[in-house]
Design a protein around this ligand. Structure first.
Ligand code: ADP
Ligand code: MG
Length: 637
């Protein structure tokens, strides 16, 4: 509990004690009500309790009126309770407890709400507690703690066991195990050794690591993630907008209805019969009760909280959702379109053969690896690995990457091209046919074909299960789009049980295919999700209703272009994200329906005079508490 909440709790306790004291004084006959002194004594006593418990509400209501925004909760509460007070005065009943009780319950409700909201927010931030406070730099044999923002790229930092890795980099010395749970939700530890890339936000568990930073702090994974999460709540979903709009229209409507309720029935009675006069206070009382019931706070509070909890719950699983609007869209997804390489497959290719080589095999691989040296495509990394030796980058110039085709460049003064059959066709080179199933990298030098390297990728171990999981989660259609060869595509699609696949697509063709699929949708509410690794598919990620990026551990382009980021590249998380979104949206609807049903029922009862103000405030606070508790459920994925 913070200071403000503690202060409120004390105010509530004081009000309760004073209220009991007032009742005891009256019941024991210490001060009698009849007579001017008694009347004044109780009036002053109750007004003081009322002000003690409600002064801030009155002040806010007053400010609202002055600022031209009168119809808020505080106004409703202030108006209803002052009205109840005035009515008690007018009737000389001396029953001021009602106005005070309404204020008291309202404040108890507010306190609970601020406590619950604060607590779940804190829970979420604790989960996201990955912000490093310092980085260690070794200087003259001593460790110096510095602000990570000040560490320049290329600096060697030291991470001791138990510390968070503050900045992305490469291990230059040491060996350890890393806990990536805060980033991926996965508690399986990862090993780190010299030359391994390390992302910030992991916790170093066993050994001391020296890491050469490859990024500035602001560009490191941790900063990117925190930025995402912090901005998530500012993107409002349709449900949230609906509630905000609803509250803007709803409150004035209620206030005017209450006014009508107070005036019209007694007016009618006065006109049509002689005994109308006595009706006024009854109807005014009903109108005030009506105002108390109508407070929309359960909705206003619980809905943003549900979304917030949903996003928090997802991030605990290593699923970053960039806004509540995406949570809503995700829950309506019907079609999932996948990229192949790096998304469904590992993107780690092994060379399985070299065919039709007109130059020594070793040399073919060397030239391919050299011309690929600046590409970030998984194929490039695999060729470099297959070559196995250090690459002399000075031998390469004019390197150009053609998305979905391959690369071209000059190596040792000779024009080298490495890529798929389409690239060869484009260059007018006659390429040898290949019968093996695999991704084929054709190599040409100075316009002459000099053979191809067959490489093959493996499916991610969880891909098949992920597709099954999606079907179980209500996805109607799965589609795979790839720039790879038909044979490879049909093999992967068959193995994984994907409904439909399209192969040999350039990035622009992928966009076209997605557009075609979008136009085939049966209804506006069927959403299309694209899942990719951000390499060659950033345009599609943005074009789909929702873009989910794999490989937050690798590519920055993916984080930028996607709406949802899976921290550990595991396709199983897609179904999980959809389940979380469905649960969260379900909770939102439960709260809307529950709150509106109770409200509406109470309003009718209030208008008929069946409920009094006590019951009304109970219903109001009760609904709010239940709705908030329900919202918090969204945190548990
Ligand atoms: P996917 O759609 O399966 O993710 P990409 O769009 O990344 O595949 O690439 C499609 C095809 O383009 C690859 O299968 C490969 O034949 C070729 N290609 C793309 N980039 C390269 C590269 N750097 N080197 C060689 N071939 C490449
Ligand atoms: Mg790809």
């Amino acid at each position: 509990m913070n200071r403000k909440q503690r202060k409120m709790l004390i105010r509530i306790c004081i009000a309760v004690v004073l209220l009991i004291a007032a009742i005891v004084i009256e019941k024991t006959g210490l001060v009698r009500r009849d007579g001017t002194f008694g009347f004044a004594f109780y009036l002053v006593f109750y007004v003081l309790i009322y002000l003690e418990i409600g002064y801030d509400i009155l002040r806010k209501a007053f400010r609202g009126v002055i600022n031209g925004r009168p119809f808020d909760e505080c106004f409703l509460m202030a108006f209803a309770t002052i009205g109840a007070f005035a009515l008690a005065l007018y009737e000389k009943s001396g029953d001021y407890t009602e106005a005070i009780a309404v204020m008291l319950f309202y404040q108890i409700g507010e306190l609970f709400q601020s406590y619950a909201v604060g607590k779940s927010r804190r829970n979420i931030s604790e989960l996201m507690d990955i912000r490093p406070d310092y980085a260690n730099i070794e200087k003259d044999g001593e460790l110096l703690q510095v602000d990570p923002e000040e560490v320049e790229i290329g600096t060697v930092i030291v991470v001791q066991p138990g510390e968070k890795v503050p900045i992305d980099g490469v291990v230059v010395e040491g060996r350890s195990t890393l806990n990536t749970a805060a980033l991926t939700g996965e508690s399986v530890p990862r090993d780190a050794d010299v030359d391994d890339e390390i992302i910030s936000g992991c916790i170093n568990m066993t050994g001391v690591l020296k890491i050469r930073t490859t990024k500035a702090f602001g560009e490191s994974t941790v900063s990117k993630i925190l930025e995402l999460v912090e901005n998530a709540s500012s993107r409002k979903s349709k449900s949230e907008e609906f509630i905000a709009k609803f509250a803007r229209i709803y409150t004035p409507v209620v206030v005017y209805s209450a006014l009508a309720l107070a005036i019209l029935p007694p007016l009618a009675r006065t006109v049509f019969s002689a005994d109308g006069g006595a009706m006024w206070s009854t109807w005014i009382y009903r109108a005030l009760t009506f105002l108390v019931i109508s407070c929309p706070c359960a909705l206003v509070v619980s809905i943003p909280l549900s979304f917030f909890a949903g996003i928090g719950g997802a991030s605990r699983e290593g699923i970053l959702i960039k806004g509540s609007n995406y949570l809503e869209t995700l829950s309506q997804s019907k079609t999932i379109v996948f990229d192949k390489t790096g998304t469904l497959t590992l993107g780690v290719f092994e060379v399985t053969g070299v065919h039709h080589a007109t130059i020594p095999e070793e040399q073919l691989i060397e030239y391919a690896a050299l011309v690929e040296c600046s590409s970030s495509h998984p194929i490039s990394k695999s060729l470099q690995k297959a070559y196995g030796k250090d690459l002399d980058r000075s031998r390469v110039s004019e390197m150009e990457e053609l998305s979905g085709l391959g690369v071209m460049g000059t190596v040792d003064g000779r024009k080298v091209a490495a890529g798929n059959i389409k690239l060869m066709q484009r260059l007018g080179i006659d390429a040898g046919d290949c019968h093996s199933v695999g991704t084929i990298v054709h190599v040409a030098m100075d316009g002459e074909y000099c053979g191809h390297i067959v490489i093959s990728d493996v499916n991610k171990s969880t891909s098949k299960q992920a597709i099954e999981g999606l079907k179980a989660a209500g996805i109607e259609k799965t589609v795979m789009l790839t720039g790879d060869a038909e044979k490879v595509a049909s093999k992967v699609a068959g193995e994984l049980g994907i409904d439909e696949y399209h192969s040999e697509l350039l990035p622009a063709d992928k966009v076209q295919k997605v557009e075609q699929l979008l136009s085939q949708k049966r209804s506006e509410n069927d959403k299309l999700v694209f899942v990719g690794d951000g390499i060659n598919d950033a345009p599609v990620l943005t074009r789909a209703d929702i873009g989910i990026a794999m490989g937050a551990l690798g590519s920055d382009a993916a984080i930028e272009a996607a709406d949802v980021v899976l921290m550990d590249d595991d396709p199983l998380k897609i179904a999980k994200a959809i389940k979380i979104s469905k649960k969260c949206i379900g909770i939102v609807y439960q709260n809307i329906i529950f709150a509106l049903a109770v409200k509406f029922g109470c309003l009718v009862l209030g208008a008929l005079g069946v409920t009094n103000m006590w019951a009304a405030i109970f219903a109001d606070v009760g609904v709010m508490v239940l709705a908030v508790l329900n919202s918090i459920r969204a945190l548990r994925a």
